[in-house]
Ligand binder design. Sequence first.
Ligand SMILES: Cc1c2[nH]c(c1CCC(=O)O)Cc1[nH]c(c(CCC(=O)O)c1C)Cc1[nH]c(c(CCC(=O)O)c1C)Cc1[nH]c(c(C)c1CCC(=O)O)C2
Length: 322
Amino acid sequence: MRQAGRYMKSYQAICEKYPSFRERSENVDLVVEISLQPWQVFRPDGVILFSDILTPLSGMNIPFDIVKGKGPVIFDPLSTAADVEKVREFIPEESVPYVGEALTILRKEVNNEAAVLGFVGAPFTLASYVVEGGSSKHFTKIKRLAFSQPKILHALLQKFATSMAKYIRYQADKGAQAVQIFDSWATELSPVDFEEFSLPYLRLIVDSVKQSHPELPLILYASGSGGLLERLPLTGVDVISLDWTVDMAEGRRRLGPDVAVQGNVDPGVLFGSKEFITNRINDTVRKAGKGKHILNLGHGIIVGTPEENVAHFFEVAKGLRY
Ligand SMILES: Cc1c2[nH]c(c1CCC(=O)O)Cc1[nH]c(c(CCC(=O)O)c1C)Cc1[nH]c(c(CCC(=O)O)c1C)Cc1[nH]c(c(C)c1CCC(=O)O)C2
């Protein structure tokens, strides 16, 4: 439930010293230090690797940067079959050895007092960045490709799917105890298009990882997923992250008893009073019912969130007794 503690002064201090996001996220010592910042202060049950879903791109021959105030920038957005042809399959141990090293160190540091969590981007969400050239409002470029030259997009999605399956395995082998797949923008697709351009590739990843790592819990997050909810468990993941636009009790009913849920307190609640935060946590936990629920926010912590309210969230959460 963080975006690298961007709300934390200690992270902001590191950003001043190391202004480049890529440097902060590709240097083992910095990755470890930043990953541990919220752990040291709040002692959550999970410690997420400091990285980005776009981190594999340079190793796939897609140059990018993450620019302060602007977000992700892909220097040469992909649009043709020849562009997709140039995308290399990802070899994590060659391209991002710092991720593996950082995960292994994190496991030692956290010493089984919390789970170390890895993550990857889902094929459609990664494709949206590399086709749009960065973040997007209407996703017109990727939709133009999807709806006029679907074969090109499918070729790209296929490369991302095999690459991300490999990346999940790599993270697990290096110490990640659960891996979250972010399909943040899948919900920009109509359900019928989700079934063509996202679902099969998520299934491919899950099936492939489950073959070699049957015990590794896989979590799926899609922003604003209410319209797709019944389809998300079809991916085969173990946990669905719900955002706060879905009522927890309804979400549970719609997802069915087999899948666990994570979420789904509105990150904006942490701007409220302590009493309001407490009540909302209790309401969420009550609606989630017994078992198979990971209490969390419905998305990352917003910059500007008071750190003491984050601390309050954890205090209340740890005091809960089922
Ligand atoms: C879509 C997406 C991205 N990155 C990610 C997603 C999926 C999650 C979601 O749906 O929000 C995932 C992500 N990005 C980051 C993490 C690390 C884990 C953590 O500490 O939260 C995780 C899990 C670090 C980061 N990744 C980024 C930041 C902020 C920039 C910075 O700290 O310098 C962090 C902490 C940059 C980034 N990276 C991305 C965007 C859109 C941005 C810009 C965001 C902004 O500026 O508001 C792509």
